[in-house]
Design a protein around this ligand. Sequence first.
Ligand code: NAP
Length: 251
Amino acid sequence: MSLQQFRLDGKVALITGGNRGIGLAISQLFLQAGAKVMITGRTPTPEAEALCGDNCAWVQGDVTDPATPDRIVAATVKRFGALDILVNNAGIADNGDFHDFDDARLAAITDTNFIAPFRIARAAVKPMLAAGAGVVLNVGSISAEVANKPQLQVAYNASKAAVHQMTRVMAFEYAGRGIRVNALAPGYVVSDMTKGGIANAAWNKVWTENTPMGRFGQPEEMANCALFLCSPASSYVTGAVLTADGGYTTH
Ligand code: NAP
């Protein structure tokens, strides 16, 4: 037993949406834990640019572009010589009545939150299979398991349910080949995604009252969970969904 097992020294991680929010916190912590990190997203941020250097690089990419997955995986292997860890974190949210949720919005949610993580994991698993080792972490959501309130967001919830089930079945498929696959299911976390809802007094009240801990999560708290799931400390964990929601889904 050693605390070293919670580190990522020498490991190479690709983090989608690593430029802000939860993904940025994961990028920052993984670098502190000794990993080499390739950050990808559509738009570089000052925070992501500040991380770039010997052990961190940026590759631009819209995850909904079918050419992006192979390109960002190749860029990671080219820059750092391997791909040990994929964090499928990029995602978008949208809400509204089911009966009015049009095809364009449905496609945007599905393409970003499910099709893209599927394609990126598919691309990332290839070098992992060649190496006989790897870790995939898919960022799902408590929305995969419950209906949200007061906002209605069936497309988002269904996309995240697909991510959780993809996680379980990928874990089953690759368990014997050295690749672990897990998901992280955050509750309400402070980020650009939730800032509108947090600023909305009515939504804020419902979200807070339904979270037994009585507060929102911080991106850094999600990063701590991600580090566990991507480090050797979780060597016997695969096919799991780690919920980090201040107790939201207990009732
Ligand atoms: P956020 O602050 O809005 O960040 C979203 C990230 O996804 C950004 O880095 C963004 O990059 C990237 N992204 C979105 N669409 C993309 C695209 N088409 N191509 C490339 N990158 C794209 O959200 P967050 O709260 O950190 O969310 C991160 C993940 O956690 C998401 O999967 C989300 O569903 C999940 N989650 C969040 C919460 C929460 O309460 N915040 C709860 C449960 C689950 P750009 O800057 O380039 O747009």
